[in-house]
Design a protein around this ligand. Structure first.
Ligand SMILES: Cc1cc2nc3c(=O)[nH]c(=O)nc-3n(C[C@H](O)[C@H](O)[C@H](O)COP(=O)(O)O)c2cc1C
Length: 198
């Protein structure tokens, strides 16, 4: 009995380590991540339905799990959702799109890892934001990545400490009934244009 158990364990381990062929990669029964990546699009029209706190918690937790350079976790995320904050951000950018929640993702300029004079803050925030975006999609919510704002103006309007540098905004909420992907969403270059094997 012991021998059978041992054999089963070794066989399972070997199967897990075996290189995946094109066939086995394509034949996966569930391809959760790729389905999610295909489902996501930039949502620019939102319903006014509030986003449940449990969903906000889960989106923020997904961001917390993201890797950051040297693991310094320099992010600070402002969750704009009060009527005053939402009115203010809509005055500062035309790209908040009336969402009930807008994440203002910042990094601490004193904490972010710097190499050769270049801060990893924006890179860290982008990975965190991508985790958040995908979790929001998984939870049936829409998001849009937004760079169209003046960081200094936004920092001043929300009274941010001088070391909290805004990286990007992310409106988030339930997509409006008539929301649909823009034509850009369907326009991706073929891998042959963007990948080189060496
Ligand atoms: C770094 C970055 C900045 C962006 N800034 C804006 C923005 O300011 N306003 C906006 O409406 N969309 C913005 N987008 C969304 C892109 O336009 C959108 O992701 C792209 O056209 C592909 O469409 P899809 O997200 O629907 O697939 C931004 C996306 C990225 C990654």
């Amino acid at each position: 009995m012991k021998k059978i158990f041992l054999f089963a364990c070794v066989a399972t381990m070997l199967a897990a380590c075996a290189p995946q062929t094109e066939q086995t990669v394509n034949d996966r029964k569930s391809n959760v991540f790729m389905d999610l990546a295909r489902r996501r699009y930039a949502v620019r029209e939102y319903a006014q339905t509030p986003v449940e706190q449990a969903k906000l918690d889960s989106i923020l937790e997904a961001g917390r799990l993201a890797p950051t350079a040297k693991n310094v976790q320099p992010q600070h995320i402002y969750v704009l959702q009060s009527p005053e904050a939402i009115a203010k951000i809509n005055e500062l950018t035309r790209c908040a799109y009336g969402a009930p929640v807008v994440f203002l993702v910042c990094y601490d300029t004193e904490l972010a890892w710097t190499k050769d004079g270049e801060s990893s803050g924006n890179m860290d925030c982008s990975i965190i934001g991508t985790h958040m975006m995908m979790e929001a999609t998984e939870l049936g919510l829409g998001t849009c990545w937004v760079k169209w704002f003046d960081a200094a103006e936004v920092a001043a309007a929300f009274g941010l400490p001088s070391n909290h540098k805004p990286s990007f905004l992310m409106p988030c909420g339930y997509a409006a009934e008539n929301s649909k992907p823009s034509e850009h969403h369907f326009n991706r270059k073929p891998l042959s244009e963007t990948v080189t094997y060496k």
